[in-house]
Design a protein around this ligand. Structure first.
Ligand code: G6P
Length: 600
């Protein structure tokens, strides 16, 4: 998500930090900041916006030690106050951070009681005050003691005016590496930030703390030197040929971020801080309307099934472009949920403005912090899936669905959902990042499948119940990135129309996990087979029978029926990606499409 660069050596730090930060720009950011330590004139510089907007007027600080950060807001709006580096009360500790401090609210309350003064809403600031609390002259000791209290994920780099001439860095579940140069040391969250200065790096492991000094460094244990083999442009994509593949592969991590600190397993409940302000009002709502466009609308359709089945709330989904022009009959006891990765889609925003004027409750499920949908809604939940660069949405979709599952728990448990049911959903939801990781291991087989089917120009995708939106999204993905015609159809509707299309040239992807509609799906597959249609089945592990019927099978692990879309989407995203790549399409930027459609 965010980016960290740090430098300590014999050269002016600022230009080196600046060039490192620019190498991290591809990841997306909304604000940036620097701290360069110089005993005479310490330099702190933070801005909202892009580096290029300010570059002409950058000062030229001296100082050979410094840290820098590009922020992509997750906790707290996009403001200068929330931008890193963050500081302690006495403005002596300077810190940059990637990750999420899950227990920051509790820590902050305690530190305020102890007399600490906070100047931002960002979770990171608690780290500065904690280090201040434990600092007794040695920075690494202060950091070590502070981190014992922290829950969550972090990669940090810290400088203290009271223990200068060093940068202390630490990591837990957020990447951080040391760059070992000639007479200089760097720290970065991503190899691309150090690659122009050195290829000798040490990747820090979880719970490790390292101390960087001008002429040496130490970690709490010995670590081997590694050499980065990537070219710069490969480093930006972490070695993947396309952002889309990188983002598909990041889903175990993005889902974990979505769920982090939000699942209360024993209470069978979800903790959604962003909805607290409106909790009482939400308890009284009788209906939900979800508005979204494109892929986000498919996530919304999954939400419709979840919210009706488990939270017992009548739910209706519409696309922004339709909603704004039809004359819907609105219920005054309804709440409106707006789902948007970017938070800037014009049609979604227009519907939101219309609903606001009518005085109804509005909620946002958004990825980009401080975006228009996030700002305009009464309350909401950030999906925290990190910047998505490829036009075709992948990791944001699975995080949107996971967030809708959290919302189902949150609303359902305040209504009639039983504790055991809540616990079961929470437990299964917690497992999804691991299950997704397992599915991703099948990427080479799915690539082979895409090769086998690459000459077909038409595909049918079918599913029932929760797997119907999955079928829609599977078809959507292959259309977007491989320019292949595809239909996403309800299994039960096939016989009313689409069956007419089926022949040996029109293969079907059937999403048929072992669930309440499995038998019905088998009948649909049989209808296709007798018409000479080829079938790729997405089925539950252990189902050997399906091999007798389908031409090819992709297995996914067992989970709750309502969570199946999170798993079943993974192979469909990979199949679309490889189909597009094999056809030589520009998968990251499909023709005629844009990542964020800010015009009608
Ligand atoms: C565009 C993008 C899609 C995205 C849709 C909605 O069409 O190409 O990938 O699903 O907009 O975007 P949003 O940012 O509102 O989720």
């Amino acid at each position: 998500m965010c980016g960290i660069v740090g430098y300590i050596g014999k050269k002016p730090a600022f230009p080196i930090l600046l060039s490192g930060l620019k190498r991290l720009e591809y990841r997306g950011y909304d604000s940036f900041g620097f701290f360069v330590f110089d005993e005479e004139k310490p330099f702190l510089f933070k801005k909202v916006g892009k580096i290029s907007q300010f570059e002409q007027n950058f000062p030229n600080p001296s100082g050979e030690i410094g840290i820098a950060h590009t922020r992509w807001a997750t906790t707290g709006e996009v403001t200068e106050a929330n931008t890193h580096p963050h500081l302690d009360c006495h403005k002596e500790i300077f810190l940059v951070h990637n990750g999420i401090i899950e227990n920051y609210q509790d820590l902050k309350a305690k530190l305020i009681q102890e007399g600490h003064k906070f100047t931002s809403e960002c979770d990171t600031e608690v780290l500065c005050h904690l280090i201040e609390k434990y600092f007794e002259g040695n920075l690494e000791e202060g950091v070590r003691k502070a981190l014992r209290e922290v829950k969550g994920a972090y990669g940090i780099a810290v400088i203290s005016k009271k223990d200068p001439e060093k940068i202390v860095v630490a990591r837990l579940s957020s990447p951080l590496l040391l760059g070992i140069g000639n007479d200089e040391l760097l720290v970065a969250s991503d190899p691309s930030a150090v690659i122009t200065r050195t290829r000798q790096v040490i990747n820090l492991d979880d719970n490790e703390i390292a101390v960087l000094k001008p002429d040496n460094f130490f970690i709490l244990k010995e670590k081997p030197l590694e050499t980065i083999e990537w070219k710069i442009e490969e480093a930006e994509k972490k070695g993947y040929p396309h952002f889309m593949l990188k983002e598909i592969m990041e889903q175990p991590e993005s889902l974990e971020n979505t769920l982090k600190g939000r699942l209360l397993i024993s209470e069978g409940m979800a903790k959604l801080g962003g909805l607290e302000v409106i909790r009482d009002k939400l308890r009284k709502i009788k209906r939900l309307n979800i508005i979204a466009c494109g892929t986000a609308r498919h996530a919304a359709l999954v939400g419709e099934y979840m919210l009706e089945e488990y939270a017992n709330i009548p739910t209706e989904v519409d696309s922004g472009s339709e909603f704004r022009y039809r004359k819907p009959v609105l219920d005054k006891d309804a709440a409106f949920v707006f789902i948007s990765q970017s938070g800037e889609t014009a049609d979604t925003l227009a519907a939101l403005k219309d609903i606001k004027q009518r005085g109804l409750i509005t909620l946002g499920i958004v990825n980009v912090i401080g975006s228009s949908v996030a700002r305009e809604t009464d309350a909401g939940v950030y999906i925290r899936s990190g910047p998505e660069i490829a036009v075709a949405s992948t990791k944001a979709t699975t995080s949107q669905i996971a967030t809708l599952a959290l919302l189902t728990l949150f609303l359902g448990r305040q209504k009639e959902m039983a504790l055991v049911m809540g616990q079961r959903i929470a437990r299964e939801l917690e497992k999804t990042p691991k299950l997704v990781k397992k599915i991703l291991e099948q990427a080479p087989q799915i690539k082979k499948l895409a090769e086998k089917y690459k000459t077909f120009n038409n595909f049918m995708y079918i599913g029932r119940k929760y797997d119907y939106p999955t079928a829609r999204e599977g078809a959507h993905k292959i259309k977007e990135v491989a320019y292949v015609h595809a239909e996403g159809c309800r299994g039960g509707e096939l016989k009313h129309c689409e069956l007419a299309l089926i022949n040996e040239d029109f293969p079907t992807v059937a999403i048929c996990p072992s669930n309440s509609v499995y038998e019905k799906m088998i009948s649909n597959i049989e209808e296709i087979k007798v018409r000479n249609g080829l079938v790729i089945a997405v089925a539950t592990e252990g189902n050997e029978d399906i091999k007798k019927l389908a031409d090819d099978v992709i297995y996914i692990p067992k989970t709750l029926e309502m969570l199946t879309p999170i798993l079943a989407l993974i192979p469909l995203q990979l199949f679309a990606y490889y189909s597009g790549a094999l056809r030589g399409c520009n998968v990251d930027k499909p023709r005629n499409l844009a990542k964020s459609v800010t015009v009608e």
